[in-house]
Ligand binder design. Sequence first.
Ligand SMILES: Cc1ncc(COP(=O)(O)O)c(C=O)c1O
Length: 501
Amino acid sequence: MDKEARTIDEILSIKDGHLYVEECDAVKLVEKFGSPIFVISEKMLRSNTRRFKEAFQDNWPEGKVTVMPAIKANVTLSTRRILTQEGAGVDVYSPGELMAALESGADPEVISVNGGGKDREHIRNAIKAGCRITLDDVDELDLIEQVANELNMKAKVRFRVRPDFPNLWRPTAFTLELVPIDLGTQAYKNGIPTEHVIEMGKRALKMKNVELVGFHLHTGRHHDTLWYWQGMMQQYVKLIATLKKEWGGYEPQEVSIGGGFPIPRDPFGRMMNRADAPLFMVFFPIMAFLRILGDRARYATLSSVMQLILTRTPNKKLAPTIEDFAEATMGSFRKAMVKHKLNMKGLHFQLEPGRSLYGNAGIHLSRVLKTKHQKKPIVWNWVLLDTTYFFLTGGTYEQHLHDFIWANKPDARPVMTADIVGRSCYGDRMIPEVRVPELQSGDIIAILDTGAYQEVSASNFNGLPRPATILVNQSSAEVIKRAETLEDVFRRDVVPERLKK
Ligand SMILES: Cc1ncc(COP(=O)(O)O)c(C=O)c1O
């Protein structure tokens, strides 16, 4: 085994034949805290927040830049406190997220209360706390005015807009089919349709207790390129210019561009392979034809062809850096502002990274329970873990294929193709068809880039208690969310007396 130390990224390294997170041995983390566990690096959280702030601020001398991470990506109270210490604002979507943001000491001036279907109480809490409210629906304006009048307070609001993006013609990463991004953005429900926003703005600007402070845009992670962000900025600014004309010269004090930047080792969409469908269409008639040779010949051919076609490799190509995104996004934004003769001086610029801020700060550690092999009728190998994809469902929806490292044997040579599977009764193919070394029960896998959307989406399928989260800070490791117990799993159940007899 190669015992040489080497660096994988800012927080992950290989030392003495083990994976380290900051200065903590991942194997010792499992020995101490059990398996499976989510692990979060404080260093990476702070570093990502600072990099976003500095990179965007360097490209926007005209005004202040505020990073407002989307708390939905990781709602753990301790991680949010770290971001508060870094001076970050917050994008919140629900009453629960608002409570978490306020409890974690975030400055209400830079909390954006976003999301459709806000009810009166949520709006009331947001105004009372002094947060920004980002309007998503037509009817919200009147409700906000009523509540602001009742409280005799001024509500600061922004409109979440829905520009058209005819320039974003490439396929969205959200679907296997070749759906153009501009069609994908139309299907996404959030934001106020432009035909309503014009009229809403005219009304809002006359309201005594409502102050329209600017605009918000979030379209999601449709593409991992600078091209996507440049195209988005052109259309966003064009819409702001149209609204300025419609609203008698209105200029925003602040604009937000939302989130949607990729994780560096971007796992998004890697499970879907656009080549699979045509390959199988060609392959299927051949397989059907092979039946005349008999089952053995057919299965032997299937075995070898399947290994060839299906073996997958996690993404090794890094996405553009935070600094690249900042330069491209702000460059395109500024150019469009100049073109449309809009004021830039003092404009407060905001962004809401979720996956790209939390994603590579987290890993998921799990022990191998056993390996399982068959040679007939088709060769197949399985590595069964003590975790499940029901703990990583944020990635299932987005077809993630995560990179991974065997924490106790990172340099072991791959010898076979196997499905790395979870322990639920489903197929639970967490990382299917990848090359793995010889493994034994007790070996430990580190599934990388699981800091965003994963722990928050974990469910109790099969009655499995959800794992703990451990915060690593240099050589210290602390529980910041304890593992669930079996009692926790059934805590909400209420059994009527008549059923107890
Ligand atoms: C309003 C808003 N802002 C920011 C984000 C974060 O997006 P991402 O995690 O892709 O950066 C989201 C995620 O859905 C969102 O809805």
